[in-house]
Design a protein around this ligand. Structure first.
Ligand code: GLN
Length: 490
């Protein structure tokens, strides 16, 4: 990233646009230019929206000139994962089956950020129906990691993460069902927040697994994450699962220190299978927290090793039910076939990719009458045990820290032949989804030129704790200030 407008963070852009020393139109133009420049390399976007963005930016400039008080994200360019609806625009969810779908409404998450002054510059690539850890399951294109174009950006929100890391947008929206915000944030060297279950409205979010899905932001700093979260969070009458919980001043939490804070590390859970260099960065991050006055304590998450098995039962069961609605009648594409049953079958056969079919078959199996007790019911029981482990752990600590992923970004194609290997990517991220907890991934260093992510987890609805700890860490480190070697000027 060069030192121009595309290097600025959200808070900086908003304050300059508010002061009218910078126009929203110039900001939008700089980011759209960078999008056009880098898209051939990165393939991060499914749908750039230059005209819409410039029109909205001009409108905001005119309103500010007329004396409208500046909103908190005034003129901040925003990239939106294609799992979120925007009225009248294609929302494909990375799938052929939704190729022709144009939603008649806008997701609350997008609508709130637009109301806060953000300017949507495009919709980003993703694994089909958010199923994956590499964005290679998109039906349209494979996004590349800005730090190494031969590697994946992580997934499923890989397009959004790549866009923010490459300076195409300072903020982006993603969704996290088992790690799809935190893992790509880690792979791309940026900040990703999965809010508490119920914290952010899911109205207009295409459902994958309804008891796990959450919408959240990507940013390059913890400060910006707090700024975006303040506009994003809160109860919504349109979403019955959104929580009636007050949203505190997240930006106030940024100013607190970490003296006396107890950071719990589930050492036994980390014992197996973490890359040596990742472990070294993780230990260095803990040392930085200790130097800032925090205390590192050992906590136990005895059932966490079962989180992957549990997740892939619960998530596939819910997905098989949620995806039943794509039948060629109500949404998107329809196969030409004589007879209703054949039309259903042909539509789904042509419309869904292999990973989505695998999940639907798995989910249908675990819910089937003969196997329900052995798989689905058992998984729900283990899920309760995982949640109780966290309750016990949080009696002894304020934040839990782990690496976000066991290893840095892998090569394109490296894991596509082995779905189980791909699923194991999520070992440190899925427990928070099963328990409904908030989680933050932030950059904690590099190994062989690739970013490494630190994951922090907190009690339900205590995102403020994540911002407090994350901001304290970013005050004493500069990993988040590094930018990928794209060799471009803009
Ligand atoms: N990688 C996980 C999966 O494939 C998580 C995806 C997500 O969070 N949307 O299910």
């Amino acid at each position: 990233m060069s030192g121009g407008l595309t290097a600025l963070g959200a808070a900086e852009i908003a304050s300059r646009v508010a002061a009218r020393t910078l126009s929203a139109e110039d900001v939008a133009r700089a980011h759209l230019d960078r999008l056009a420049l880098l898209e051939p390399k990165l393939d991060a976007f499914l749908q750039p929206l230059p005209e819409r963005a410039l029109a909205r930016a001009r409108q905001l400039d005119a309103e500010l000139a007329a004396g409208r008080p500046a909103p908190p994200l005034a003129g901040v360019p925003l990239a939106v994962k294609d799992v979120l609806d925007i009225e009248g625009l294609a929302t494909t969810c990375g799938s052929r089956i939704l190729e022709s779908y144009r939603p008649p409404f806008t997701a609350t998450a997008v609508q709130r950020l637009e109301a806060a002054g953000a300017i949507v510059i495009g919709k980003t690539n993703m694994d089909e129906f958010a199923m994956g850890s590499s964005t290679e399951n998109s039906a349209y294109k494979k996004t590349r990691n800005p730090w190494d174009l031969d590697r994946v950006p992580g997934g499923s929100s890989g397009g959004s993460a790549a866009a923010v890391a490459a300076g195409i947008a300072p903020i982006a929206l993603g969704s996290d069902t088992g790690g799809s915000i935190r893992q790509p944030a880690a792979f791309c060297g940026i900040v990703g927040l999965k809010p508490t279950y119920g914290r952010v409205s899911r109205y207009g979010l295409v459902a994958f697994a309804s008891s796990l899905d959450q919408v959240g932001p990507f940013t390059r700093s913890v400060e910006d994450a707090a700024r975006v979260a303040t506009s994003l969070c809160g109860w919504d009458a349109q979403d019955a699962t959104s929580a009636r919980q007050a949203v505190p001043d997240f930006e106030a939490a940024l100013r607190e220190d970490v003296k006396g804070l107890r950071i719990g590390v589930p050492w036994a859970f980390l014992e197996k299978g973490v890359d040596a260099a990742v472990m070294e960065r993780f230990r260095a991050a803990l040392a930085a927290f200790e130097a800032a006055g925090a205390r590192v304590v050992d906590v136990a998450l005895p059932h966490a090793p079962h989180a992957i098995a549990t997740y892939y039962i619960v998530a596939t069961a819910e997905a098989s039910s949620n995806l039943a609605r794509y039948d060629g009648v109500r949404y998107g594409r329809r196969a030409a076939a004589a007879g209703l049953r054949k039309m259903y079958g042909d539509t789904r056969d042509a419309g869904f990719g292999p990973e989505v079919k695998r999940r639907i078959i798995l989910g249908t199996f675990v819910l089937s009458s003969g196997y329900y007790d052995a798989y689905y019911r058992r998984a729900q029981q283990v899920r309760t045990l995982i949640r109780r482990d966290f309750d016990a752990a949080f009696a002894a600590c304020d934040v839990i820290a782990t690496p976000t992923s066991p290893a840095p970004a892998f090569r394109l194609g490296e894991k596509t032949g082995d779905p189980l290997q791909m699923y194991l990517e999520d070992i440190f991220t899925v427990p928070a989804n099963l328990a409904g907890l908030p989680g933050l991934s932030l950059p904690c260093g590099f190994t062989a030129g690739l970013p490494v992510g630190l994951q922090l987890l907190a009690r339900s609805f205590d995102e403020a704790m994540l911002f407090r700890a994350g901001a304290a860490y970013q005050r004493v480190t500069d990993h988040h200030r590094q930018s990928p070697p794209l060799g471009e000027q803009s």
